[in-house]
Design a protein around this ligand. Structure first.
Ligand code: IPE
Ligand code: IPE
Ligand code: MG
Length: 243
């Protein structure tokens, strides 16, 4: 990896462990989610300071609807209050926010708050924050196929580059670094298509405790990786990318 590639352009994060963080403190799970938002705000700023261009976080999965109703409604209210509390700061810090996921099944008030965040930050260019909300990697592949078919793309024309243009993250390069906190070593239906060649870092840190030190440890780990992309050496891969 040459020095220019040592800082990932795009980091994807499964922000896991909020519930266990709260449980350890004998507090309701919701408190963990609240502190999780503060961790997110700090990490986005730290990423911008380090020259990362894109951060994509898993905030609510298509499977998370199956949690107890009280937790789901708490998370929906938290989405709304987070926008009210942090949007002005995000605008000021140059963060461009995009929501990725199936918005059609999100309640109107939640959707309106999320779309307000997108709209108010759309001229920002310092860092791109994508919030995966009601997102699933399988949903993403299916919706991309549906859009391609609706556009009249012929089966023989449907190659990887074409399908990529219909994927929810088509505006961003694929994630270089994929971090999951909370100790579990699984993808849980996050960016299945886009993470084909991401470098994975699994951290035991519970998400509300994830700060600059943990981010820097993940970045240092990433910088030591030899990204071969199926080739024999990372130097060959870099030369091919430049050609
Ligand atoms: C991740 O933390 C946040 C969401 C899924 C919304 P969890 O709520 O999954 O926390 P744990 O894994 O139960 O500790
Ligand atoms: C993944 O975490 C989803 C988010 C962080 C939003 P989960 O806690 O839902 O994943 P599993 O259930 O442990 O696989
Ligand atoms: Mg979890």
């Amino acid at each position: 990896m040459d020095s220019a590639q040592r800082v990932p352009r795009h980091i994807a994060i499964v922000m896991d462990g909020n519930g266990r963080w709260a449980k350890k403190r004998f507090m309701p799970r919701f408190v963990g989610h609240k502190f999780g938002v503060d961790a997110l705000v700090g990490v986005v700023k730290a990423c911008a300071d380090r020259g990362v261009e894109y951060v994509t976080v898993f905030a609510f999965s298509s499977e998370n609807w199956k949690r107890p109703a009280e937790e789901v409604s708490g998370l929906m209210s938290l989405a709304i209050s987070t926008v009210s509390k942090h949007l002005t700061k995000m605008v000021g810090e140059g963060v461009r926010i995009r929501i990725v996921g199936d918005r059609s099944h999100v309640a109107p008030a939640v959707r309106a708050a999320l779309e307000r965040a997108e709209e108010s930050t759309r001229h920002n260019t310092r860092i791109n924050l994508s919030v995966a909300f009601n997102y699933g990697g399988r949903w993403d592949v299916v919706q991309a196929c549906q859009k391609a078919i609706a556009d009249g793309v012929a089966p023989e024309a449907l190659d990887e580059a074409t399908l990529s243009r219909y994927m929810a993250m088509s505006f961003a390069p694929d994630p270089d670094l994929f971090i999951r906190t909370g100790g579990e070593k699984r993808v849980s239906n996050f960016l299945l298509w886009q993470a084909a060649y991401s470098e994975f870092v699994f951290s035991d840190c519970l998400w509300p405790d994830f700060g600059e030190a943990e981010l820097d440890a993940a970045l240092a780990d990433y910088a030591r990786r030899d990204r071969r992309f199926g080739l024999v050496s990372s130097a060959d891969a870099a030369a091919l990318a430049k050609a």
